[in-house]
Design a protein around this ligand. Sequence first.
Ligand code: ASP
Ligand code: MG
Length: 410
Amino acid sequence: MARIVLKFGGTSVGDTDRIKNTANRIIDEKKKGNQVVVVVSAMGKTTDQLVNLSKEISAYPSKREMDMLLSTGEQITISLLSMALAEQGHPAISFTGWQANIQTENIHGNARIIDINPKKITNHLQNDQIVIVAGFQGVTNDSEITTLGRGGSDTTAVALAAALKADKCVIYTDVTGVYTSDPRYIPHARKLGAISYDEMLELANLGAGVLHARAVEFAKNYQIPLEVCSSLVRESGTIIEEEVTVEKSLIVRGVAFEDQITRITIFGLKNGFKNLSSIFTKLAKQNINVDIIIQNQTEGENTYLSFSIKNDDLRDTIEILEQNQESLGFDNFEYESGLAKVSIIGSGMISNPGVAAKMFDILSMNNIEIKMVSTSEIKVSTVIEEKYMIQASQVLHTAFELDKVELDVK
Ligand code: ASP
Ligand code: MG
C-alpha cells in the first residue's frame, strides 16, 4: 500500500462543483488502495479577497491579524471537501494547520515549517480515513497561527510528504505542468517532461508561480519526487527529481520573469564593509528580502551600493534607511520602481560559456537597457524596465531555442 500526498490549488476547489470534482479524483487514488492525505488551498481568489478586505480597514494591518484572517480561507475548503468525500461514501476528516501539528517559526506572514508531528494523521490513515489538511498555515510553539507566504500550500504538501514518509507528492494545479516560461504570456512556451530540483528551485525563486520555492527546497532536501499536473485536464505532468537527462543541445531550459521590483541606490557609504553588513542586518531583521546586490568602491573609502527589493518592501526599507542614516553612515539614497527581473535558467550553462554574453547581446539588440545583473551556476538574471518584461522574455525564449526544440519527455 502506498502513501501519497495530493495538493489541490485554488482553481481546483474554486466552487462547489470543482470541489466535488476534486473529491472524485481523490477517491480514484483511494480506490487504488493508497493511503491518501490531501492538502488544499483557499477557494479560487479567496485569499486575494481577504487581503482586499483588510485593505478597506487598514493600509498596514498587523501581520499577526493578517495571518488570523488569511488562515480562514483554507479552513473553508477543508471542511467542504471533507463533506464532499463523505457524501460519496468515503470517510474523511479535516484538520487546520495547528490540528495537524504543523509547527512553524515565530514569524507572521512568511513562516517556515520547523517540525511536523504526523502521529495524529497516521492514526486516521490507519482508520482508513482520507485526511485533509489546510495548506499555507501552521502554529508557533506559543499557539499563534502563522502563514507560510503566498503560494505556501505547496510547501505544506511537500513537508507533510516528508514527515509522513510518503511515496509521492502530486501537486494538482491550473496548468498542465512546468513550462519553459509562463504560457499565459509567452505563447510558444512548452511543457517540460522533467526538470531537476535545482532548475525548478531557480525557476520558483525567480517568479515562476507554478510552485512555492520552499516546497522545492523541501523536496530536494528529503528527495521526494514531485509531480506537477492539471486537476482539470487528464494528461501527464512534469516530474521534478534529482537527475534529469537534459537534451544535450539545450543549454537554457526556462525563462522566468517577475515584476514589481524596486532598485535602491545608496551613495557615499562610509567605512566600506562594516556599514554594508549593518545595512543588510537591519533589513533582514525586518524580513526584507534583498535580491541582487551591487557594490562599487569609488575614491577613497566611499562606496556606492545598489540592491533590489520587491515593491511591497519599499516603505519599510525607506523607513529603515531614513531612521538609520547617521549610524549607517551614508550621504543619501534614491530608488527606482517600475522594474522587473527577467532570468534564464538551465543546468547546461555550467559547461557552456557565453550564455550571459548571448543574453546581453539579445537584450541590447532589442534596445532593452540592463540595470542590474546577477548570476549563479545555472541562471542569469537581469533587471530591466517593467514595460519591457514580456518582450524581453519572448525574445530570449526564441533566441535560446525554447520555442521549437523537442524536449525529452520521460
Ligand atoms: N491561499 C494561499 C494563497 O493564495 C496559499 C496557496 O494557495 O498556496 O497564496
Ligand atoms: Mg500555487
